[in-house]
Design a protein around this ligand. Structure first.
Ligand SMILES: [Zn+2]
Length: 199
């Protein structure tokens, strides 16, 4: 059956299920000879900005094809792009209401989405991790008052600014949260129009 109006995306379709498999969503729209598809899928590794790799974050991608898998004429191709744009715009409109947050941008300045929370920890890519381990950096003893448990501690640290949190797991977690908040806030500060921009 041919669908001529934009499919309605139900909020219930945008609640990820944690069943051990990678969750993703595909929505299609058929019109005439064209089928446009929008994917809400995990971000491709090489779409992240350098050093921005995260787990469980999503990006929107689209395609359009001939319903009979034939090559598209330039006219059909242009029509397909329009359908993709409308599908993408529709998904972008419903995501925030379904509990998704835009937490970052890809290399191509496309939004990166996360479900349920605007806070997400960066994951060091393995090659960076290996480079970091193989580099010799000398630690020194630093005495400071932890902003999580208000205890004065002396710890071996790599040279950097004065640490705010001790290595107690709860304090470490808080430190990560603060860093993420600061990074997101800084990004928003630097990109005040980001949310208004039409993608
Ligand atoms: Zn502490």
């Amino acid at each position: 059956m041919t669908q001529t109006t934009l499919p309605m995306i139900a909020l219930a379709d945008l609640q990820p299920v944690d069943d051990g498999f990678t969750w993703s969503r595909t929505f299609t729209w058929t019109q005439g000879h064209l089928i446009a598809t929008v994917y809400l899928d995990t971000v491709e590794r090489d779409h992240f900005q350098p050093g921005h790799y995260r787990r469980d974050v999503y990006e929107i991608t689209t395609t359009s094809n001939h319903v009979d898998h034939r090559a598209l004429s330039p006219e059909l191709e242009a029509q397909g792009f329009q359908m993709e744009d409308q599908l993408r715009a529709h998904l972008l409109m419903v995501l925030p209401g379904a509990g998704w947050y835009e937490i970052d941008r890809t290399r191509d300045n496309q939004p990166i989405w996360r479900y349920g929370s605007s806070v997400s920890t960066l994951v060091l890519e393995q090659k960076n991790e290996l480079a970091r381990r193989s580099r010799t950096v000398y630690t020194r003893a630093v005495t400071f008052t932890c902003q999580g448990c208000y205890t004065e501690v002396t710890e071996q640290r790599f040279p950097s600014h004065l640490p705010l949190y001790c290595s107690n797991p709860a304090c470490k977690k808080e430190a990560t949260r603060q860093k993420t908040r600061a990074r997101v806030a800084a990004w928003r500060e630097a990109h005040p129009d980001a949310r208004k921009k039409k993608v």
